[in-house]
Design a protein around this ligand. Sequence first.
Ligand SMILES: CC(C)(COP(=O)(O)OP(=O)(O)OC[C@H]1O[C@@H](n2cnc3c(N)ncnc32)[C@H](O)[C@@H]1OP(=O)(O)O)[C@@H](O)C(=O)NCCC(=O)NCCS
Length: 180
Amino acid sequence: MAAEAQAGKEIARGLFLRLPTMEDAERATDFVNALVEEDAMILMDSRAGVSDEARWLEENLQAIALGNKALYFVEEGASGRIVAAFNVSRGRWRRRLAGEFGIAIARGERGKGLGTKLGRIAIREARRMGMRTLHLTVFEGNAPAIALYRKLGFRREGVLRGRVLYKGRLRGELSMSRRV
Ligand SMILES: CC(C)(COP(=O)(O)OP(=O)(O)OC[C@H]1O[C@@H](n2cnc3c(N)ncnc32)[C@H](O)[C@@H]1OP(=O)(O)O)[C@@H](O)C(=O)NCCC(=O)NCCS
């Protein structure tokens, strides 16, 4: 794990990359609920409670300690708000050399290159964890995310047709991956 991130590295003006702690439950809840309210193109579509998020954090901190996960938050220094999060999760059993990548950025911080920076860090983290490939799925039509992933070297592998319900209709999910 990068020592710089543990201490909180300034990744963009006033924004600090850092590891999560159990103290983050409320902030993480606000972050994810803002994405839900916005109807962002993410899997989750119902609001989380602080206790759900605390449980999620606890599981993730255990997985980090076991070397099965990298999870980072970006905090806005002035407000203490979480404005971005990304993770790399090790697959289980025969997928143990395959990582799964996820990222989300709060509305006001998009389109400024933060996704690119965090994605590059995620690839480095995947390498550090010994992953050989990195995978993700993204809703068809999520143009900013697909552009980011292509820029990061992910290539489209196929479509999981009709897999998600978004704005009242079924959409496909693109499966993308790259070598690490
Ligand atoms: C997807 C997401 C992480 C991208 O992060 P970001 O910080 O906006 O990305 P960047 O600013 O680094 O942009 C990366 C590339 O995406 C493209 N891009 C950015 N915003 C775009 C937009 N609104 N429309 C189309 N392409 C866009 C550009 O090609 C850009 O590269 P360039 O600046 O070299 O041209 C962010 O939009 C987000 O969190 N969205 C909501 C949650 C989500 O959809 N998560 C992904 C689920 S799979």
